[in-house]
Design a protein around this ligand. Sequence first.
Ligand code: PEP
Length: 248
Amino acid sequence: MKRIIVGNWKMNMDLKQTATLITRLRTQITNPTAKVVVCPSFVSLVQASEIISSQKALLELGAQNINDNDEGAFTGEVSGPMLKGLVGYVIVGHSERRIVFMESNELIARKVAACIRNKLTPILCVGENTNERQEGLAKRTVLDQLEQNLSEIIPSEASKLIIAYEPVWAIGTGVNAEPYDVEEMALAIYHYLVNKYGTETADKIPLLYGGSTNGDNAASYLAINKIGGLLVGGASLNYKVFSSICQL
Ligand code: PEP
């Protein structure tokens, strides 16, 4: 399976900066070893899509959020049908949405279902916080998130998922998870998926790692058993660093 590197731009980059960053990535990423997905803000997606097509950039697009409904009176929200055809991927369950926007596991499950219904690939983020890790509850937390967040999809849809393990304490903090801890969690997630969907399906679900990855540590995470790519936050805004990660 080809590696997947996803750049989560979060609430950064206006239209002009988006155009500059996509153009720079286009010139740097000429020989990616991975499928490369960038996730700008909603307002930049149309422009980013046009630049990617006109410059034939080796990039795909993702959104950072989705509403669980397909249409209706949901002021300020963006739905699956609006994203369909514009992006191929949607980040769902990111810890910033779980914590800052208080998204529940039930809502995240409905967002995963909205992605599948609209033929968008959900990049489902799961991860424990500092207390949960310190109390030895990391695995239980992550597997519980998966159980709840995948409750609305049927087994035949599972191969359309991407799962990103992102320990909350490593996101945007510069604190690096130890590769052996990441491997332990990756194996726990894989075995959970095997039990739930069978080996053939589990083998089709890419498992990404995210949390303060950068040009110096990306290779060590990519070398981990069962890790098939990275979800990169801060470092995805630096075109030289992000490009180098995509060509490792
Ligand atoms: C993220 O936002 O998903 C993330 C992993 O951020 P960072 O790489 O900055 O820790």
